[in-house]
Design a protein around this ligand. Structure first.
Ligand code: ZN
Length: 454
């Protein structure tokens, strides 16, 4: 049993002082406020529910910083970036993917995340040759989670076609492709690998997008594991919306609202190309909007209408998607600043009784837990012990507490304030460091050295 004693903790009912949280195994056994520090307790500053990072393609970390030059196209765009990404990933072996994923997972933990929903689509060898174990690559993601202790929601991706018209996969996409039947086998293989991980692990399903999965296959994929999280890329780019409109006669959100039973199991990634009516309708479904503000900025995707969506009670969380940067506080800050820049406003996502920082931290914790299928997101007895403790001794924190402490963290400081993280009770960040950081980093360096040498 672990006992954590926090100067301040953000509980479901609000801020509390001198809080003892007892953790037994993976779960919170009890929470008591206004108590003296129990003997042997781990003392921390500010204790918060730790978020799940709801969208990651771990391998894309390998191209961070390599795609910031103009190509031959007159206008560099998402689509030129995607070509560069495809070209690079063709060199990656299973061992490379594991090394990069482990590095990504350590960074996520040190940024304050307790778990990740890995949207896993790099399945096969170069040229699309399946590995002897169809789920070899899924096994490498599982191995990276085992190495690092980060909670894992593994989302094997169904990717069937190169576009809405059913065209074949292009070079670079052949490593993702499966028929529905082969995908069902791959999913079983992924579950067999994941069985080696602790009990908080989840395996869901991820039909890639309306571009890559035809409508009837989407329904079949959703039915494969009806009680598990279902994630899908939604509406990231204008060209994508136009393509779906042309093929299906409706914009992606419009089409899904009319043809799929959107509910709390759904997490829709990238809601940057939506109309106001779609935003309000999506908010009413109980699905989670998966926002990736840093990547969406990097790729020039557009701006999510967070003000209207949150105002309508919509659920949302954040993910690091391309992993060009892994930074919890910066995802939240970028989300809020995108709203301010568009609307020329301030405190856009604050509510009458919660500051901006608090609304962001609580929103991402609740939505991230829902999207990842984790019984977490709140510090209360019975929930998974997904917890993050922030340092309160920095000069910027002098005299700050409660909501103003979170505002200082999100807007004036950053993830260097993260001191401790527990993932389902596993103490994966201790005094600001992941215990396996050096070993994982050495393997990552070796992999990157080889990949960069071409
Ligand atoms: Zn994505």
């Amino acid at each position: 049993m672990t006992v954590i004693w926090a100067e301040q903790a953000l509980l479901p009912g609000g801020w509390a002082q001198d809080v003892a949280v007892r953790v037994e195994g993976a779960r919170i056994a009890s929470v008591a406020a206004g108590v003296p520090r129990p003997a042997g307790a781990q003392a921390v500053g500010l204790l918060l529910p730790a978020p799940a990072n709801l969208h990651s393609h771990a391998f894309q970390r390998a191209i961070a910083g390599l795609t910031e030059r103009r190509g031959p196209d007159p206008r560099d765009s998402f689509w030129t970036w995607r070509r560069q990404m495809y070209a690079f990933l063709d060199r990656m072996s299973p061992q490379d993917v594991q090394a990069v994923a482990a590095q990504v997972f350590v960074e996520m933990a040190e940024a304050g995340y307790a778990a990740v929903a890995e949207f896993h689509y790099l399945h096969h060898g170069p040229g699309g040759q399946p590995f002897a174990d169809l789920a070899e690559m899924a096994g490498r993601i599982v191995a990276a989670a085992a190495e690092t202790g980060l909670g894992l929601t593994l989302l094997p991706v169904l990717y069937m076609q190169g576009g809405c018209d059913g065209r074949a996969l292009v070079a670079g996409q052949d490593r993702f492709g499966n028929t529905l039947d082969r995908f069902a086998l791959l999913l079983e293989g992924a579950e067999a690998h994941a069985a080696a991980l602790p009990g908080d692990t989840v395996v869901g399903v991820a039909p890639h997008s309306l571009r890559a999965v035809p409508p009837q296959a989407l329904a079949a994929a959703a039915a494969l594991r009806p009680d598990r999280p279902l994630h899908m890329h939604l509406a990231e780019q204008v060209a994508e919306v136009d393509e779906v409109q042309g093929a299906l006669g409706a914009r992606p959100v419009e089409w899904l609202l009319a043809n799929a039973d959107l509910d709390a199991r759904w997490c829709l990634i990238h809601c940057t190309q939506m109309q106001r009516a779609e935003t309000l309708a999506l908010a009413a479904t109980g699905a989670v909007a998966g926002l990736c503000p840093i990547t969406e900025s990097s790729l020039g995707d557009g701006i999510f209408d967070g003000v209207a969506y949150a105002g309508a009670g919509g659920r949302w969380g954040v993910g690091s998607d391309s992993n060009i940067r892994i930074a919890w506080s910066e995802e939240l800050r970028t989300l809020e600043y995108s709203q301010r820049l568009r609307d020329r406003s301030r405190a856009a996502l604050a509510t009458a009784d919660r500051s901006t920082g608090r609304a962001l931290v609580e929103g991402a914790a609740a939505g991230g837990a829902q999207a990842a299928g984790r019984d977490a997101g709140r510090i209360e007895a019975g929930r998974l012990a997904d917890l993050v403790a922030l340092d309160t001794t920095h000069p910027d924190m002098e005299g700050r507490s409660g909501d103003t402490a979170l505002d200082t963290f999100v807007f004036a400081r950053d993830d260097r304030m993260v001191r401790h993280v527990w993932s389902a009770g596993r103490h994966i960040v201790q005094d600001g460091h992941h215990p396996a950081r050096d070993r994982v980093q050495a393997a990552y360096r070796a992999t990157m050295r080889r990949l960069m040498a071409g």
